[in-house]
Write a protein that binds this ligand. Sequence first.
Ligand code: NAI
Ligand code: MG
Length: 502
Amino acid sequence: MSVAANVIQLENTVNSFVAEPRKHLIGGRWVEAASGKTFPVYNPATEEVIAYVAEGNAEDIDRAVKAARRAFESGPWPDLTPAERGKMIWRLGDLIYEHLEELAQLESLDNGKPIVIARAADVPLSADTFQYFAGWTTKMEGNTIPLSVPYAPGATFHAYTLREPVGVVGQIIPWNFPLLMAAWKLAPAMATGCTMVLKPAEETPLSALLLGELIQEAGFPDGVVNIVTGFGEETGAPLAAHPGVDKIAFTGSTEVGKLIVKAAANDLKKVSLELGGKSPNIVLSDVDVESAIVGTAGAIFFNHGQCCCAGSRLYVQEDIFDQVVEGVANEARNIQLGPGLDPNTQMGPMVSEIQFNRVCGYLDAGAAEGAKAIVGGHKSGGKGYFVEPTVFVDTKPDMKVIQEEIFGPVVAAIPFKEVNDELIAEANGTDYGLAAGVWTRDIGMAHSIAAKLKAGTVWINTYNIFDPALPFGGYKQSGWGREMGHDALDLYTQKKAVCAML
Ligand code: NAI
Ligand code: MG
């Protein structure tokens, strides 16, 4: 592992964007925080402040919710035809493509992820998410339903359903894919005709704020999308508890997911949750070993392991265990660590000091519980929140590094003898159920294992494949509901049954 350091020159527009304190977007205007306060945003590769943003509190949230309510109940937004709404959302996707480099630079600067990844994945996928959902606006159909009401003999009815937007939605997102998470939340809510209050993560608010400018440029009416930046307890919690919010959509830790449910219980607002994971990745001995090594290494090391679906428990059949584990360790050794803005960087820093300390805490806990790091196991020296990509062996099922989400580049490799109920039980043996992987040439076996895994997504001979059309979400404590695909529309609509006697 070596630290690269040839960072690219930032575009002038990016420099000027971070030079000004960034404000909230409320009711179509950029406004300072009600308290007048701002807070710093850091570059995790250098630990330096890159920008200041408005620090929201309950008053800012209240203003934003009221603006969203006005935009939902009256004015241009509810009067747009579905096709007009769809074109606006599509235009936003085009604008994201036009500003791809700026958004990618901002994302890399703020989050620490490699610029090449932000350019190739985060930004285009965000644009595509808007354009996928743009197509749904004209397809929000209900049904006609034949009735046979037994206590109304001889009567005939005309019954049908309407799909209506759920109303004002609060959306709270994390820092691992800042722009993409904003897109996953905003796009289906826009498509269904909701209005939104988005709270980006305090670690990474910048790309969402630039997106706010593009939303205005695309022509969205004032108050349809409001963006309030700030911390979890001061800004997120009042949004989750606000009685003017009809639905709350959250992505983040399972711990905070439970707080969201409690806050929403007050007025029974609708809730959807994308939470943590501890995903098993199962490699059978008949596999093409080389591609399994590259694929399973990518499953954990992509985005520095800061993925809710990271393949963090690597189960390998015993006859190829040493070969696969050594191969993954080699991949880890060859990863070029460095600032995201260096195009040669393959893995950037952890997003923040807090996250860095959490991950280092797990490295220590693994060692203390008797797991052995065959590569990595430490922070990487010098400035910035860098952690060595790590492979643990000699783990036990009840260890913290096996049960808890680390959210860093840390995988535990576990041998198994054969595919049987015991293996499936162990793979399913955490509180989480977000994703899983299976690697084998035996296609029947692959589908049979996929059927038994308690996970919202199962990848076969691949990993980390996302598409706006593919639903994503969790079993067990990994969440409620599915984002993306047409399932996401259910999160932002409710059905009305209309019944007429003829
Ligand atoms: P977090 O769950 O605290 O933060 C996610 C979002 O929730 C942020 O916007 C935050 O401001 C907000 N938030 C925090 N407390 C809140 C509250 N009481 N009410 C309303 N909103 C609140 O996640 P954090 O602290 O950044 O990371 C901790 C761990 O969570 C990570 O190590 C990882 O294991 C997990 N995580 C999982 C993610 C996922 O995609 N499923 C994403 C980020 C973190
Ligand atoms: Mg937190």
